[in-house]
Write a protein that binds this ligand. Structure first.
Ligand SMILES: Nc1nc2c(ncn2[C@@H]2O[C@H](COP(=O)(O)OP(=O)(O)O)[C@@H](O)[C@H]2O)c(=O)[nH]1
Ligand SMILES: [Mg+2]
Ligand SMILES: [Zn+2]
Length: 351
C-alpha cells in the first residue's frame, strides 16, 4: 500500500502509523523549543507556535507540556496554537540542573538514544553508566558511540574498560564523526520512520556527527567549552532534523548535569542488587560485615570498584530524588489568587 500525499509528507517528520489520526486539526512535530515558544514542522514547512494557555498553568507537571519530538495538534490560526500533545511512545527525561527539582524532557518519541563520548579527555565510563540509567525505562534503546576514534587513541583499551560495565547486549561503536562512512554504520538506527536523539557532553562531537549524517555543514562546530565563554556555544536549542537516510535526529546541547529524576530502576546494576541480596545479614552495609557478598565480589575482582562506587552514587541520588519527587507530588500546587500563570517551564539549556 502506498502512502497518501499527506502521510508521505508526515513521514519526513517521523510519523510511523499507517493511518492519520481522525482529527481535523493540523498535525505537526515539535522540532525546537525557544524561550519565546515552539518551532514545529508539518513535514513540508517549519513554523512557530505558541502553547495553549492550559500548558502554562502554574503547578502543571512540566512533563505534560509540549517537548521536542512531540507530535501535536494545532489550530488553523495564522499564529498557530498547540492545543494537544499526542501520546508519546518514549520519553527521555532528566532532572533539570540546579537547585529546584524539576523533571525535564530531553526528547520524546525516539527509538534510539545515541550516547556520544569522545575518546579523548571526555571518555568516562561512569558518565556513560549514568546516561544508560537515564535511558532505561525511557522506551528507547541506547547506542554507545565512542567518537574521535581516528585520533590515535587506544580504542581497544577504551572498549575493554567499558565492556564489563555495560549489559551484554549493549551496542557500542567506535566512530570518526567526520567520516562519511559513519552514515552507513549508523543507518540501522536512522532509517525511515525512526527517530534518535544524540546526547553527550559539549565538545564530544554531536554537531560534527549531525553534519556528517546530514551530508552538509548545518550545525556550527568546534565550540569546546571554556569556563568563561558561554557565548561561544553554538547549539542553543534542541533541534529535530530530517536526515537524508529517512530518519529524524535530535541534536541536543551539551548537558553539563545529568541528574536522575528518581524514577529510574537501575536495571544496569541488577547483578549488584542480586549480590547484595546474598549477604549474610539482610541489613548488611557492605562494609566489613562477615559474609558480605559485595566485599567478596570486590575481593575476587568479579565486581570492579569503580562500578561499585558509581552504583552507590547513582543509588543514593535516585533515593534522594525519589523522596523529593514524592514530597512534590503530595504537595498541592501553590496558586496565588489572581496570580498570572508562570511563563517559565521552558527547558533551560546548560550551555
Ligand atoms: N578527529 C576528530 N575530531 C572530531 C570528531 N568529532 C568531533 N571532532 C572535533 O571535536 C570538536 C568538537 O566537536 P563538536 O561537533 O562541535 O562537538 P559538540 O559540542 O558535541 O557539538 C570539533 O573541533 C570537531 O571537529 C571525530 O570523530 N574525529
Ligand atoms: Mg554542538
Ligand atoms: Zn554486604
Amino acid at each position: 500500500m502506498t502512502d497518501t500525499p499527506e502521510l508521505a509528507r508526515l513521514r519526513h517528520i517521523g510519523w510511523r502509523d499507517v493511518a492519520l489520526p481522525d482529527d481535523p486539526r493540523r498535525l505537526a512535530r515539535v522540532v525546537a523549543q525557544h524561550r519565546a515558544g515552539y518551532e514545529v514542522h508539518d513535514g513540508s514547512s517549519a513554523f512557530n507556535a505558541q502553547p495553549a494557555g492550559a500548558f502554562l498553568k502554574r503547578g502543571l507537571d512540566p512533563s505534560l507540556r509540549p517537548a521536542v519530538g512531540d507530535f501535536v495538534f494545532l489550530d488553523h490560526a495564522s499564529h498557530p496554537v498547540i492545543e494537544a500533545v499526542l501520546p508519546r511512545r518514549s520519553v527521555l527525561t532528566r532532572a533539570a540542573a540546579g537547585e529546584r527539582y524539576e523533571r525535564q524532557i530531553i526528547a520524546t518519541n525516539i527509538d534510539y538514544v545515541l550516547v556520544l563520548t569522545g575518546l579523548d579527555g571526555d571518555f568516562n565510563p561512569s558518565r556513560i553508566e549514568r546516561y544508560l540509567t537515564l535511558v532505561e525505562g525511557s522506551g528507547a534503546r541506547p547506542v554507545v558511540l565512542l567518537g574521535k576514534a581516528d585520533t590515535g587513541v587506544d580504542v581497544d583499551g577504551a572498549i575493554a574498560a567499558l565492556a564489563p560495565r555495560l549489559p551484554a547486549d549493549a551496542v557500542v561503536h567506535a566512530i570518526n564523526a567526520k567520516d562519511p562512512a559513519t552514515v552507513d554504520l549508523l543507518a540501522p538506527y536512522l532509517g525511515p520512520g525512526m527517530s534518535a536523539v544524540l546526547v553527550g557532553s559539549s565538545g564530544a562531537g554531536k554537531s560534527t556527527l549531525t553534519n556528517t549524517l546530514l551530508g552538509e555543514e548545518r550545525m556550527a562546530t568546534g565550540a569546546v567549552r571554556t569556563h568563561d565563554s558561554r557565548g561561544r556555544h553554538t547549539t542553543t536549542h534542541r533541534a529535530l532534523l530530517s536526515l537524508p537516510a529517512g530518519g529524524c535526529l535530535i541534536d541536543t546541547p551539551g548537558m553539563r548535569e545529568l541528574k536522575l529524576t528518581g524514577e529510574e530502576n537501575l536495571d544496569l546494576f541488577a547483578d549488584i542488587e542480586t549480590l547484595a541480596a546474598q549477604c549474610r545479614f539482610a541489613d548488611c552495609s557492605h562494609g566489613n560485615e562477615p559474609g558480605c557478598a559485595i566485599q567478596a565480589a570486590l575481593a575476587s575482582g568479579e565486581l570492579s570498584p569503580q562500578r561499585w562506587r558509581n552504583y552507590l552514587k547513582l543509588h543514593e541520588e535516585r533515593e534522594e530524588q525519589a523522596a523529593t519527587l514524592e514530597a512534590r507530588l503530595k504537595r498541592k500546587p501553590a496558586v496565588k489568587p489572581g496570580g498570572k500563570p508562570r511563563r517559565g517551564g521552558w527547558s533551560r539549556d546548560d550551555d
